[in-house]
Design a binder for this molecule. Structure first.
Ligand code: SAH
Length: 446
């Protein structure tokens, strides 16, 4: 039995999906935030349940091999879960998480070393700061809406600090309220900042629950427009309950509707509502690996499913006969079409809709892909889609995944239906977090 306040000495053996250390005490798990596998720790029980406990770390008695000092003063922030693990250990952990997920589903293949970053800081091109009464601006603590004020963040672009400082000052001077989640009242909810890492262009989206006074808004726009490289200032009105940051009600207050960015030789426009990979340096690595696995000869019809703003489609197109991109968000498809034109790439067609509906419909019309690339959201691919892909029988299927568990589930399904998983490469898109991105190659069994 656990008791709140109880002191325990524990050996941590693994991490949860959220990055908490796990140890055993009398056969029951104890979850310890900030503890690493290999640590010997002293902890105090904060939540006692019959079959498990949560505990806070009091001290590390013997550190794990990869333990390092925390690089960030915002200890309560839930953004980076692996701050006390050195970078080589993070890369090895991510490879193991992928291997474990595949093994749990009974599939196996050679898994390469995780491809890491040379300089794993300030890598994000998109920040979403929450705003709460105070005003306080920052990020939520782990699994909560408890806000940790963050002025400088080591993984965000340095320009985000200037922008949040400016919005903070404006809210104080103009007495603009912050949104109160409990009472569902007030104005400013989030500040989203996107920067085109290669272009330098910056976009700010102020997310509000209600329109601020026109005069006050004008003042803010004027100030934001003065931030170096500002290209787009937008307002998003989102008064819905729940966790979604943006609503579809977005309008440009100043500058362009999109910002530009470059990946390798390709130019892209990104609008506020479109998905765009958040680590541009590693995106180039990820896409090149997907290209290598796709191994195109120039004659293939290729499907790029979950195509976003068309990035992977446009990487593939010069090496294929034709690429069909399929994406559910209409704004992203509009960006994709503009991006194809901007790069003078004409052998691509973008289709708006759910992959699990569009692919069966296109297949029924007689369109067959020789090679398929999928890049689904965390939940993975719909079985209806996988079914159609199996009937279609492409020679190669490249699976770009942001979730080893759904990748492993879909891999087991594909391997039971005529495909072979031949290789998986983890690419570190999100240093210091538990997120693992993978590019995996399936080939049609003979
Ligand atoms: N390949 C792109 C986008 C990957 S993110 C890139 O690398 O940037 C996943 C994308 O899938 C998002 O753009 C999301 O809007 C889209 N999406 C989500 N569910 C979908 C579905 N059922 N069918 C098609 N696209 C979907």
């Amino acid at each position: 039995m656990f008791k709140a306040g109880q002191l325990l000495t524990l050996s941590v053996h693994s991490l949860t999906d959220k990055g908490d250390g796990v140890a055993q005490h009398n056969g029951c798990p104890v979850y310890v935030s900030g503890a690493l596998p290999g640590d010997e720790v002293e902890v105090r029980v904060t939540l006692a349940r019959p079959r498990y406990a949560q505990a806070e770390l009091k001290c590390v008695l013997t550190p794990a091999a990869g333990r390092r000092p925390d690089f960030c003063p915002h200890t309560a922030c839930g953004g980076c879960q692996l701050r006390v693990m050195d970078y080589p250990a993070q890369l090895e952990l991510k490879r193991e998480l992928l291997l474990d997920a595949l093994t749990a589903q009974g599939v196996s293949c050679p898994v390469s070393e995780t491809v890491g970053m040379a300089e794993p800081f300030h890598y994000r091109n998109k920040a979403q700061f929450a705003v709460q009464p105070g005003p306080s601006i920052g990020f939520y603590a782990k699994q909560s809406h408890q806000l940790t004020e963050v002025k400088q963040c080591r993984v965000q672009a340095p320009v985000t600090a200037d922008i949040t400082a400016l919005v903070y000052q404006w809210m104080r001077e103009q007495a603009v309220s912050a949104f109160n989640e409990t009472h569902h009242s007030g104005c400013v909810r989030y500040i989203m900042v996107r920067d085109g890492t290669h272009s330098g262009e910056v976009m700010v989206v102020l997310v509000v629950a209600e329109e601020p006074a026109a005069g006050a808004l004008e003042l803010l726009v004027e100030q934001l427009a003065g931030v170096p490289n500002m290209a787009s200032v937008q307002l998003c009105v989102n008064d819905a309950a729940g966790n979604r940051v943006l609503s579809s009600q977005v309008r440009t207050l100043w500058g362009k509707d999109t910002i530009a960015d470059k990946l390798d030789e390709l130019q892209f426009e990104v609008s506020a509502l479109s998905f765009y990979q958040i680590n541009p340096l590693q995106t180039e690595v990820l896409y090149k690996e997907a290209m290598r696995q796709a191994s195109l000869s120039g004659n293939e019809t290729v499907f790029d499913l979950y195509s976003g703003i068309g990035t992977i489609s446009l990487y593939l197109a010069p090496f294929a006969a034709h690429v069909h991109g399929i994406e559910i968000v209409p704004e992203a498809v509009a960006d994709a079409e503009r991006n194809a034109a901007r790069n003078s790439i004409h052998n691509v067609t973008f289709h708006t809709g759910a992959a699990e509906q569009q692919v069966p419909a296109l297949y029924e019309q007689g369109l067959v892909a020789d090679v398929v690339v999928v890049d689904p959201p965390r939940k993975g691919c719909d079985e209806n889609l996988l079914n159609t892909l199996v009937q279609m029988g492409p020679s190669r299927l490249v699976y770009v995944s942001c979730n080893p568990k759904s990748l492993a589930r879909d891999a087991a399904w594909l391997c039971a239906h005529g495909f072979e998983l031949v290789q998986a490469t983890p690419v570190d898109m999100f240093p210091h977090t538990m997120h693992v991105e993978t590019v995996a190659l399936f080939i049609k069994s003979q």
